[in-house]
Design a protein around this ligand. Structure first.
Ligand SMILES: *[C@@H]1O[C@H](CO)[C@@H](O)[C@H](O)[C@H]1NC(C)=O
Ligand SMILES: *[C@@H]1O[C@H](CO)[C@@H](O)[C@H](O)[C@H]1NC(C)=O
Ligand SMILES: *[C@@H]1O[C@H](CO)[C@@H](O)[C@H](O)[C@H]1NC(C)=O
Ligand SMILES: *[C@@H]1O[C@H](CO)[C@@H](O)[C@H](O)[C@H]1NC(C)=O
Ligand SMILES: *[C@@H]1O[C@H](CO)[C@@H](O)[C@H](O)[C@H]1NC(C)=O
Ligand SMILES: *[C@@H]1O[C@H](CO)[C@@H](O)[C@H](O)[C@H]1NC(C)=O
Length: 372
């Protein structure tokens, strides 16, 4: 008799508590794309618990079930295969939280956690949101066009341009957004530089719900190097920038060296071992043994958590190779002069046959030979 009263009282208290819990009080959980994530759920605990996790928004897809003291994955939705688990050792203590690994954008939605024991049933709801933050913003200059791009972002990012110092350059930019099969966004925008405005620093900011990153590009400058030591500056600053990560690239693709914030000293790629003499604390690159093969664009990328500063320098090599070209040019000019003078001589010779005045002719021959 008392037992019945007790359980009835218990039920009333439970219903009361249940009503007290805020309506629509779904828990919000943010998960990061490709990482693992915990969907929290707790219940009273006890033995012989039954747990059913379902994705409600997609028509109650079974996500993970547990009863008879083990996982029951016979009906599990295809897309969740191998990616779900419960904290088994904590179920008896009332922890029904679900761990989801390799989070996909498609995992977004409203999840239901249903638990049942002899002491009663419970349902709770979780709204899962997926974020793929902006990892890297790339900027490139090709002639008078600057392109800014970033990939693998969710939800849809925004891209904005600005200059330093601020300018009222009418930004004739075209921004394109594409969505990948994984539902991530790739964004790309290009800007045509005006001839009238120079010495500006261009910035491109890509932002999404979870974060933003900025890239900054100085207009291309050129530098004359020689076959002996040549230093290419990275930053306008001469202070130590050891706490930034640094990458030097050649012709927009091949990495010459990089230095991460945690791994000072830097790593030089195999093919540049001979040319790299050193890197200063401010990031300047000193090269040696240069030949025409190393002529091209050197890009320095200096990054911290929020931004990347990009500096492009066109390096031209002056040295023995250029000397050879000059000698060749001299030979060509000499040969042309010789032919012209010889032709003049022939003409003069025929004219002078009649006049019999060869003094002028001899003078011309001597002049011509000397010149050559
Ligand atoms: C359940 O256990 C996991 C693993 O120890 C823990 O991270 C989580 O916070 C627990 N959840 C609840 C609701 O107690
Ligand atoms: C930059 O620093 C180096 C070494 O600290 C120094 O030799 C050089 O003169 C400095 N350059 C400028 C422009 O301050
Ligand atoms: C790098 O170090 C300088 C001074 O040593 C400090 O002012 C700056 O905030 C640091 N930057 C980062 C990103 O830690
Ligand atoms: C920098 O070098 C390390 C190894 O030295 C490499 O793992 C990393 O991917 C490199 N970073 C970039 C941006 O290439
Ligand atoms: C690097 O780029 C420059 C100019 O864009 C080009 O002339 C040169 O051939 C390139 N060098 C290599 C090794 O690709
Ligand atoms: C980028 O350049 C700006 C302005 O010169 C400077 O304030 C900022 O610290 C730089 N950031 C990095 C990561 O080099």
């Amino acid at each position: 008799m008392t037992m019945e009263v007790d359980s009835a009282a218990c039920l009333v208290v439970w219903s009361f508590l249940w009503m007290l819990s805020p309506a629509g009080g779904d828990a919000e959980v943010s998960c990061v794309f490709m990482e693992s994530c915990i969907l929290p759920c707790s219940f009273q605990g006890g033995t012989d618990a039954v747990i059913h996790w379902t994705l409600v928004t997609a028509g109650d897809i079974p996500v993970h079930s547990y009863y008879h003291n083990r996982d029951q994955l016979g009906h599990q939705g295809q897309s969740f295969r191998g990616r779900t688990s419960l904290f088994k050792d904590q179920i008896s203590r009332g922890n029904a939280s679900l761990q989801l690994t390799g989070v996909q954008v498609q995992d977004q939605g409203r999840y239901k956690c249903y638990t049942s024991t002899i002491r009663g049933n419970k349902e709770s709801f979780i709204n899962l949101q997926v974020d793929a933050p902006v990892h890297k913003v790339d900027m490139e200059q090709e002639e008078n066009r600057i392109t800014c791009s970033s990939e693998g972002i969710y939800p849809e990012p925004e891209l904005t341009w600005s200059t330093r110092p601020p300018s009222n350059v009418a930004f004739k930019n075209t921004t394109r957004v594409q969505q990948t099969e994984q539902l991530l966004y790739n964004i790309n925008s290009s800007l045509i530089l005006s001839d009238r405005v120079t010495d500006l620093v261009y910035s491109c900011t890509v932002s999404t719900r979870s974060n933003r990153r900025r890239a900054t590009l100085r207009e291309l400058t050129s530098l004359d190097g020689s076959s002996s030591d040549t230093t290419i500056p990275c930053s306008a600053s001469n202070t130590s920038l050891l706490n930034f990560s640094l990458v030097w690239r050649f012709n927009h693709s091949r990495i010459i060296l990089n230095r991460t914030r945690t791994s000072v000293p830097y790593t030089v790629s195999e093919e540049w071992r001979q040319q790299v003499k050193g890197v200063s604390e401010s990031g300047s690159l000193t090269l040696q043994d240069l030949s025409l093969k190393q002529e091209g664009i050197y890009t320095c990328e200096l990054s911290d958590d929020e931004e990347t500063n990009i500096t492009n320098t066109l390096l031209r090599i002056k040295g023995s190779q250029t000397g050879v070209t000059r000698v060749n040019e001299g030979l060509v000019v000499g040969a042309i002069l010789f032919v012209v003078l010889a032709a003049g001589l022939v003409v003069l010779y025929y004219k002078n046959k009649k006049v019999k005045n060869t003094f002028c002719l001899h003078l011309l021959i001597i002049y011509c030979v000397c010149l050559y």
